[in-house]
Design a binder for this molecule. Sequence first.
Ligand SMILES: [Zn+2]
Length: 507
Amino acid sequence: MKTSLSILISKTVYIVTQLFQLGAGGTWPGEIALTLNPNILQDLVKHIKKGIIVVVGTNGKTTTSLMIVKILEQHGYSVVHNSSGANLLNGVVSACIQNANWFGKLTADWGVFEVDENSLPIVISQLSSRLSETHGGIYHKPKSGVKDSSTAPPAGGFARNDKALILVLLNLFRDQLDRYGEVDVIAEKWGKALQEIRNQKSEISDSEILYVLNADDPLIAHLGIKIKNVIPTEVEESNTAAHRRGNEVDPSTALGMTETITYFGIEDKKQFLKTHEHATDSTFCLNCGHHLDYSGIYFSHLGIWKCNHCGAKRPKPQVTRVKIRLPGLYNEYNALAALSVAKSLDLDDKITQIALQNFQPAFGRQEEFTVGLKKIKLFLSKNPTGFNASLRTVLELKPKVLLLMLNDRIPDGRDVSWIWDVDFETIPNNITVIVSGDRVHDMALRIKYSQKTQNTELNDQLQIEPNPAQALETGLKNIRTGETLYVLPTYSAMLEVRKILGGKKIL
Ligand SMILES: [Zn+2]
């Protein structure tokens, strides 16, 4: 009763915010529903048929979760997704409320939720209690041997398990300094949260937890190594599919649940960095505290790592290749993660490929705008690693002009000192750099320093334009017809640029 009332109220709030364009539909309904019923998420997701996929990581969670949504939709599944990017508990609840009917029933096959690093423990504890609750028989599962077409998937496999929890852990980088603690503190919190779900194992029956982990990130891989050490009958990925098709009975099913890990990673020596980036976060072994040894680094602390002291090393990834149209190594990681989800669900490879080939990025992530005969391309850059990754991709595209926009509003983080961890030194001298945003002068100073190390005479390649609309105009004036202006904004600056480009005519 409590749940239906809170859903009724929250849905009304959602409709009102939409009607009056209050622009807070991403979090308000969830916030209100949670105040009325702190455990509402458990009730809401009960009716999701197949399972829930949670995507977490400092960078790439929006793109990866959208890729997963597209793959599932391409297979004919219906999906609930917090597409607004609101990724705290209230955002996840809001997305469910928007998609639920007035009685609080969600009829989707899958829930795909991107979740903020710090919210992961609370979100998964709610979701896993949902898994144990469903054991009571809320689902009417067909008896074994009885074919029930209503539960058969439209395409691909995954027929055996009709509810699963899939945790996709992408990476852990240092984000805005004032919002989060050190990365290893977050890794520890995640480890505890994962341990807690495993403690509920005896209560969870006929459900699966599938882990999709980045082998190249030692912080993430370490969680997998720990999980493996706890489970005595860990199922190897290679026989999971066979097991799911019923060809083989794995001993772990005796526990009523299987836990499987799919690792993804890049195996391409050509992509190794020549030097360490400023923003390298984790180079210490989580097992013994000694320095990790890398035979190659892709970016930040992602690479081929091992600990010479205790012997911990990068697990061999099962998913290492993916075809996508988007440029950039970080998109390769996102697509590898999405592909790993598809593989661990035994989905049809060809259909998955179609979805990935047709993938269009989420707003602000390599989003393109046409202004007259010129183009503007946005690369959301909200923390040191993200900025370095964007810079690397943009520089490969041989830009004439870069517009860097730094804001320090709440979604950006108030402390902007992280810009000193971005490798602006990699920007060649012949590129004009325009800086803008609330903290334009901090950015200008950072760029001045980066240029000083190379060539003092070229400091006039830097243009300071505090007003974002003016900065865009200056940027466009500096490029020729057919060329592209590359804009690297922080989160709120990205929203501003989209507003300017959507609402106002430039040039
Ligand atoms: Zn070690």
